[in-house]
Design a protein around this ligand. Structure first.
Ligand code: ADP
Length: 304
């Protein structure tokens, strides 16, 4: 057997081309409107989180699928130019995953996701995977069956399993119980638990539902309010940094990359969430997904 490749982070997840058009308003059914020039930006929660961690200095590998269209090489190039190991990203006959995004004049967005090749990531891909990593990142833009399998596999291999339960949906306990850190935003937390999340105390209550269901730590990202770190012992609210927001796309992905890289440097959980807040804030000051993810140097300068 060839030598196992050792990485800090392995991401098993999605790669999407984000096709973004700014328009004065969202089109009504049957309406045609004119927007600005199309922007094609590398995205997908899996790939974004891979780049986020790599820009923070972690050595990162990604497992995923793209299609054989022109978006596939475009997404692979973006990962490679950020030093992400793409040996385990394969190209198949499906279309590459895309997100068709319209941004209106007020900055709100409306998104249609087309999973394409992301839908073809199967448990079999993981069985044949010859990789060692300290941390495993999972999200929900690949089939749920694969995510559940990956979490169990990661736990068996003693990896720290980090799940970002996005896009929002309900999840079985067999997944939640194999996760060391689950990082939902408020919408995702509410959908996962059925608890309406409106303020810090309802956020903590909902997070405790996930702890009861087997999660070891819950970190809820709260947008401009920062994050709430909840474990069985305590709950700590970590305040956000104040920034001029341009576009919050991938702020959550930047948070996860920053959080894991801080943990890998031996930083305690609350302090790692504080560092991650700086990563999320910086991502919110720039347009687009992967182009907005900050480097370690940028974050350290910002914190000073
Ligand atoms: P998601 O992008 O996944 O919906 P959030 O909106 O909660 O997640 O944002 C993730 C993180 O990014 C937050 O926890 C925070 O650290 C940072 N962030 C997001 N929006 C802002 C903001 N307006 N001001 C400062 N930080 C922000």
């Amino acid at each position: 057997m060839p030598d196992m490749l050792k990485h800090d982070v392995l991401v098993i997840g999605s790669l999407n081309a984000d096709l973004v058009v700014r328009a004065p308003h969202f089109p009504q059914p049957g309406e045609t409107i004119s927007g600005d020039d199309l922007q094609i930006i590398p995205g997908g929660k899996g790939a974004n989180q891979a780049v986020a961690a790599a820009r923070q200095g972690a050595s990162v590998a990604m497992l995923g699928h793209v299609g054989k269209d022109s978006f596939g090489p475009f997404l692979l190039d973006s990962l490679r130019s950020n030093s992400v190991d793409t040996t385990h990203v394969s190209a198949d006959e499906s279309a590459t995953g895309t997100a068709i995004i319209v941004v209106d004049a007020s900055g709100q967005n409306s998104i249609v996701l087309s999973a394409g090749a992301n839908g073809k990531v199967t448990p079999k891909d993981i069985e044949t995977l010859n990789i060692e990593a300290k941390v495993l990142f999972l999200q929900l833009e690949i089939p749920l069956e694969t995510v559940i399998h990956a979490a169990k596999w990661g736990k068996q291999k003693a990896m720290i399993v980090i799940l970002n339960p996005a896009p929002a949906r309900e999840l079985p306990d067999e997944l939640i119980a194999n996760v060391d850190f689950i990082l939902p935003n408020e919408t995702e937390l509410s959908l996962l638990t059925g608890v309406p999340v409106t303020d810090i105390s309802s956020t903590e209550r909902a997070a405790r539902v996930l702890l009861k269901r087997g999660a070891k730590n819950v970190i809820v990202t709260l947008g401009s309010k920062g994050a709430l770190v909840v474990s069985s012992q305590q709950a700590t609210h970590v305040e956000a940094y104040k920034v001029d927001v341009v576009d919050t796309t991938a702020a959550g992905d930047a948070f996860i990359g920053g959080f894991a890289s801080a943990l890998l440097r031996g930083v305690e959980v609350e302090a790692a969430a504080q560092y991650a807040n700086a990563c999320g804030a910086l991502a919110a000051t720039k347009f687009g997904a992967q182009p907005s993810l900050p480097t370690k140097e940028e974050v350290e300068k910002f914190i000073k």
